[in-house]
Write a protein that binds this ligand. Structure first.
Ligand code: PLP
Length: 411
């Protein structure tokens, strides 16, 4: 008898499980709309052109230190560039930028997941929040992360299935009953899984609510530049919260998986924004973060962060990266349009305008669990049981087939 024989199985992670089932399927016209990764118009992964250029530069340089340890905090130049990207410090007047920068403590993480996890650990151990408010629905890993942190999870109604958009009234009403020191998870842009975001006016009211109720916002930023093709636009909410007066304190979990196509490299950062400008507070905060990281994995990996640092630190490469962001976000926008057009052409029952209105990689297409199961068994089209589809799995050769499949299961 094993010490472990009493363990019960844990639920499989759905996107990875759906992806596994797709790989097993031998049907030639199968379509994978499950996992959230970018695909080109021929269905292949896309190492960004600018990443390939940075790799060439890095691998040509025979620096004997290239495999040395990073510091526990990570690569400081990478962190400086990464926080500029989020908060836009490089677009501010110097004195203002210096003051603003001193409100942020940053640490390199094992991508966005690691940043969420580290932030959860930091807040749980030091601030002991009464609960964490997660949007319903949300990226499923938010639940796992906060469950592991041992914090009670409560949800706020994020999605209005009648209007197929963000449920502002429900969110506002629910969060009005939250208590001081509760954490609120907010998707900075391109909400996963629904693709529905608050408007600027709604973000403003949410910032005010967080301030008056004493809530701790926790932004998850996994799609900056990837969602709209515009880095400023996708960081708008975070920058608004940053500049809110009186000052707010909050966390930002930044991922470079999607916007740099560096999924397996695990590149990210956690930024903690403080209200006071105090060297002592910042140092203590950083030392606490470093302590947590040291005990978990010592430091984040350096391979991917060097690529990001190389690109963001070079004006020419940065310009090319902006073009790559437009390439990816445009292709996704075109596929939204193509799917919509095809459903209209087929006169598929229902209103499909949400496909065009929602933003980013995902859309809640509007199929029931039963229809999702049917489209998979009958047409070999894979998606999450909530009806979330990854638009990036669509291309010119399969979009008609997918629309036909949807048409078939909703009739
Ligand atoms: N947060 C959200 C909302 C996501 O959709 C993802 C990726 O799918 C992540 C965080 C983090 O991904 P990674 O750990 O690859 O950066």
């Amino acid at each position: 008898d094993s010490l472990f024989s009493r363990l019960s199985p844990t639920p499989a992670d759905e996107p990875f499980a759906v992806n596994g089932a797709y790989i097993q399927d031998t049907y030639p016209d199968k379509v994978n709309l499950g996992i959230g990764v970018y695909r080109t118009s021929d269905g292949s992964p896309w190492p960004l052109r600018v990443v390939e250029e940075a790799e060439k530069q890095l691998y040509q340089a025979s620096d004997v230190s290239r495999h040395e340890y990073l510091t526990i905090q990570g690569d400081r130049e990478f962190l400086r560039l990464a926080s500029n990207l989020v908060f836009g410090f490089d677009q501010e007047k110097q004195a203002q930028a210096e003051e603003n920068k001193s409100r942020v403590v940053s640490i390199q993480t094992v991508s966005g997941t690691g940043a969420n996890r580290l932030g959860a650990e930091l807040l749980t151990r030091n601030l002991r929040p009464g609960c964490v408010w997660v949007p319903d629905p949300t990226w499923a890993n938010h639940h796992t992360i906060w469950e592991l942190a041992g914090v009670e999870r409560k949800s706020y109604p994020y999605y209005d299935s009648a209007t197929k958009s963000f449920d502002f009234e429900g969110t506002f009403r629910t969060l009005s009953s939250a208590n001081t020191n509760d954490v609120v998870i907010l998707h900075a842009c391109a909400h996963n899984p629904t693709g529905a975001d608050p408007t600027k006016e709604q973000w403003k009211m949410l910032a005010e609510l967080c301030k008056t109720k004493g809530l701790i916002p926790f932004f998850d930023l996994a799609y900056q530049g990837f969602a709209s093709g515009n880095l400023e636009q996708d960081a708008w909410a975070i920058r608004y919260f940053f500049n809110y007066n009186p000052r707010l304190e909050f966390c930002v979990a930044q991922s470079f998986s999607k916007n740099f196509g560096l999924y397996g490299q695990r590149v990210g950062a956690l930024h903690v924004v403080t209200s006071t400008i105090s060297e002592e507070v910042s140092q203590n905060l950083l030392s606490n973060l470093c302590h947590l990281v040291r005990g978990e994995y010592s430091m984040a990996p350096r391979g991917g962060s060097e690529i990001v640092r190389t690109v963001l630190g070079n004006e020419t490469l940065k310009e090319k990266w902006y073009e790559d962001l437009v390439t990816m976000s445009e292709r996704i926008r075109q596929m939204r349009q193509a799917l919509f057009d095809e459903l209209i052409r087929l006169q598929t029952p229902g209103d499909w305008t949400h496909i065009l209105k929602q933003i980013g990689m995902f859309t809640y297409v509007g199929l029931s669990e039963e229809q999702v199961s049917k489209i998979r068994s009958k047409h070999h089209i894979y998606m999450l049981k909530s009806g979330r589809i990854s638009i990036s799995g669509l291309n010119e050769s399969n979009v008609k087939y997918v629309a036909k499949g949807i048409d078939d299961v909703v009739r």
